[in-house]
Design a binder for this molecule. Structure first.
Ligand code: ASP
Length: 350
């Protein structure tokens, strides 16, 4: 009896390993056929990931460290006055205050993070300083600002006239409801654009994040994630983006993952850590992201229909994958083989 039981157990384990192996070799075959693979490589969320990737590439192409690349990369949307979901000119909270969330992780597993940080554009660089100059991982609110000012960051006004105007508009109804964030274009595999009929009128996406993960020429991984969070959020609300394991996770032996979308749902499944752990078990990046999205759907099927969440992952082989709840999540890939293309993430609700 004991023998039969242990035989069945071994056989079942064998079957599980076999099926994961076949998914992984299918991904290898796809990668060889011209899919994304290799190093150095940088990938990031949404359309604005393209400009961010270009900045990161300046460092990666010279053999620089992935950590420096991801920091430099995400600083681009942080400083962009036309980007209202990250850094300077981000939409404020419902009290009119721009509060930023960001985190960073390096190849040694070191991590730094700031949340609800006001008055400093480059939240990612403050997060890096937390990682490198303190024994802590996360600083919040006034403490994060105090630390930033003590470390040479300037105090700025992040609320631009456009963002203030959008907030004034929002105040008229003060509806506290996240809008599904999708870009107004969709992309074929070469980055050509087409109108996305699912875009809400008037470009009304009210939250987005830049999540970026990269592998440098030495094969080391790092990641960065930064956002102004949900527009018009409750003052003090913190999303997934600055939370290590939720908005970002890097394990230099396995891979790295990041997320965008309604942070509350990502936090509840510790999404980016889950994606990396699934890759550790043998899942290729897209299958790992899909499984994380499936967990969100299983937990709250009706809510999942109304929100967007997207995961983006890169494994140690340089393979990239993404998966999202709703169509319309795009991500940008730049490597020696992929010239900063925008790709539509596959989605659960097609
Ligand atoms: N994940 C971000 C947050 O919840 C927003 C987003 O990426 O859309 O704050």
């Amino acid at each position: 009896m004991k023998d039969r039981r242990s035989f069945l157990k071994t056989a079942a384990l064998g079957a599980a390993v076999f099926s994961l192996d076949s998914i992984a070799s299918a991904a290898d075959a796809q990668a060889k056929k011209g899919g994304v693979t290799g190093k150095p490589i940088v990938v990031s969320t949404w359309d604005f990931g393209r400009a961010a990737n270009s900045a990161a590439w300046e460092i990666l192409k010279k053999g620089g460290r992935a950590l420096d690349a991801v920091e430099a990369g995400v600083r681009v949307p942080e400083a962009d006055p036309n980007n209202h979901t990250v850094g300077y000119s981000g939409y404020p909270d419902r009290d009119g205050r721009v509060t930023l969330d960001a985190c960073i992780m390096d190849e040694f597993g070191n991590a730094g993070s700031v949340c609800a940080l006001e008055h400093v554009t480059h939240a990612i660089s403050v997060a890096r300083k937390v990682m490198e100059k303190t024994p802590h991982v996360m600083l919040a609110g006034d403490g994060a600002l105090q630390f930033a000012l003590a470390n040479g960051f300037e105090k700025e006004n992040l609320l631009t006239p456009e963002a203030e105007k959008a907030w004034q508009e929002w105040l008229k109804k003060s509806e506290y409801k996240p809008v599904i964030n999708i870009e107004n274009k969709s992309y074929d595999s070469k980055g050509a654009t087409a109108f996305n009929p699912l875009m809400l009128p008037g470009n009304q996406y009210n939250h987005d994040t830049i999540g970026m993960v990269a592998m440098d020429a030495n094969g080391n991984l790092s990641g960065a994630c930064t956002t102004s969070g949900m527009a018009f959020k409750l003052h003090g609300r913190v999303g997934d983006s600055p939370i290590i394991g939720a908005g970002l996770y890097v394990d230099n032996e396995i891979g790295a993952a990041t997320s965008t979308g309604v942070g509350e749902e990502v936090i509840k499944i510790v999404g980016s850590h889950l994606v990396v752990e699934l890759m550790r078990q043998g899942y290729p990046p897209e299958a790992a992201c899909k499984e994380a999205v499936t967990r969100i759907v299983k937990r709250s099927p009706s809510k999942a229909k109304e929100i967007q969440v997207g995961f983006l992952a890169l494994n140690k082989k340089g393979q990239v994958g993404a998966y999202c709840l709703q169509p319309g999540f795009s991500y940008a890939v730049l490597s020696n083989e992929q010239n900063n293309v925008l790709i539509n993430g596959k989605s659960h609700f097609k």
